[in-house]
Write a protein that binds this ligand. Structure first.
Ligand SMILES: [Zn+2]
Length: 229
């Protein structure tokens, strides 16, 4: 099965990312999909940066539609995966376009990896101690990044990360020491006895925590699934 991921720049002219930069981001994330495929299996994706009006859309926008979010992925009411990345919020929080963690390129990479790992934003892994963990590929390692041709992409976890019995490595950069571990700048969503809560790494920024638990936030929405709220 070949699916198409479309990076669509809908930022305003004042914010708009230069074509060459957008190309570099697209190339780096496209290349990263080979890393993801190696770790997770033979997914095949064509990554394009034009507006084809088909496939899985990663939309670049000026401003977040929820506080504290630099980007998120979700599904439309009929289940089509999509992601949004908020360029002005990234820059306002000290992020670069293509350098370091928290950059536009690393947030795009984060959301693309997670769309592949959990297209319906509904998968969980049991840690064999009764706790379920949302199957998000980048959240637990979201502040860690590596460069592809000079463009930063997010670290991501490997299948072993979600298997309580597996030997490592657990993530692309080899930073996580055990299944379900959380890097200092990462977070995870867990479900215990039907109660869903986020858990944050020791260095997770307070402003991001506020955004995750705010009413209407994607993390909050996932927390409310199944509770009738
Ligand atoms: Zn995420």
């Amino acid at each position: 099965v070949s699916r198409r991921i479309v990076i669509e720049d809908q930022t305003s002219p004042r914010i708009r990312i230069a074509a060459g930069t957008l190309e570099a981001i697209t190339r780096a994330v496209d290349h990263q999909l080979h890393d993801v495929a190696k770790a997770w299996g033979a997914y095949v994706f064509d990554l394009v940066d034009d507006v084809r009006r088909s496939g899985w859309h990663v939309v670049l926008l000026d401003d977040a539609d929820q506080a504290g979010a630099l980007g998120y992925h979700d599904v439309t009411p009929d289940g089509a995966p999509y992601a949004r990345v908020f360029v002005r919020d990234i820059v306002d929080n000290g992020g670069d376009l293509t350098l370091f963690g928290g950059s536009v390129s690393s947030v795009v990479s984060h959301e693309v990896c997670e769309m592949i790992g959990d297209p319906g934003a509904n998968r969980w892994a049991n840690d064999a101690a009764g706790t379920l963990w949302a199957l998000e590929l980048c959240d637990a390692v979201e502040s860690d990044w590596y460069a592809i041709d000079g463009t930063a992409v997010s670290n991501f976890v490997w299948p072993a990360y979600f298997n309580p019995f597996a030997e490592g490595p657990y993530d692309q950069m080899g930073l996580i020491a055990e299944p379900f571990g959380i890097a200092p700048g990462g977070y995870a969503i867990k479900s215990e006895l039907g109660k869903v809560t986020p858990i944050f790494g020791d260095d997770y920024p307070a402003w991001k925590i506020a955004g995750k638990v705010a009413a209407g936030a994607r993390t909050a929405a996932r927390m409310n699934w199944g509770s009738g709220a």
